[in-house]
Design a binder for this molecule. Sequence first.
Ligand code: SAM
Length: 280
Amino acid sequence: MKNKSAELDNERLEIKLLLEAIYLKYGFDFRDYSSAHTKRRLENRLGLSGLEHYGQMQHRLIHDEAFFNELLLDLSINVTEMFRDPWFYKKIREEVIPHLQTYPFIRAWHAGCSAGQEVYSMCIVLEEEGMKNRTQIYATDFNELILQKARSGIYPIDVIRDYTANYQQAGGKKSFSDYYSAHYDHVIINQELKDKVLFSSHNLVTDGVFGEMNIIFCRNVLIYFNKDLQNKVLKLFHDTLCPGGFLCLGSKESLKFTNLVDEYEVVAEREKIYRKKRRP
Ligand SMILES: C[S@@+](CC[C@H](N)C(=O)[O-])C[C@H]1O[C@@H](n2cnc3c(N)ncnc32)[C@H](O)[C@@H]1O
């Protein structure tokens, strides 16, 4: 009879092969995502699919692209909201905007923007602080389906009550309803808010530097990566940020214990806002 640890080793091997197959067949590289996260998501899909083991799953995803697309959604986790962690946006208004206002023009990058809520939240902040017309915003994600949602700026009406509360707690200066129009069961973000945003596909694991930025938002993405991959992506951000540029991470993420901790000043630890040091 096989012992438990041999079974576990086999399972680990099967998952490794499955991730390798995804990479070779579709070019999406999940090999350095956190193994606990990957295992949880794969286990869930295995249960739903009626397949018996990861070997079968590997065969299915190689031959069935629709199945792979479902798995891609599982692995990418698109949970987001407008003005998520309202205190973060408040801090941005208080501590970051005054610095950005000293530049004639700024470039901002939302990496892992999901369905666009974080991007439109920042557009509102920039608009209210008189900065929107001097900002170019790049918003990227590796998931084309979720980018289509982001471009449309269409959200279900039943989340608006929460978004409105977040907006107010984040120091919103107007009425949140000024920024969308309501249509039966959904709302559409106003076109003027979208004017300065370019949504495009970019994979943080396999794609390169993205131009020179004054501020980068990468919130609630690194949490799914292992330490090596976090360091690799943080290096990409460091190469992309201009000196004095800002890096904003998610509430459960931090620069502490990463290779680049000494390269940044902490602007706000709870809000995970950092500033790249100017080196002589
Ligand atoms: C949990 S959402 C975070 C959305 C938003 N930043 C926020 O904090 O509300 C994580 C997003 O990261 C994207 N993502 C995951 N891995 C990625 C990668 N390698 N390259 C680009 N985007 C990635 C996912 O598709 C997903 O939309």
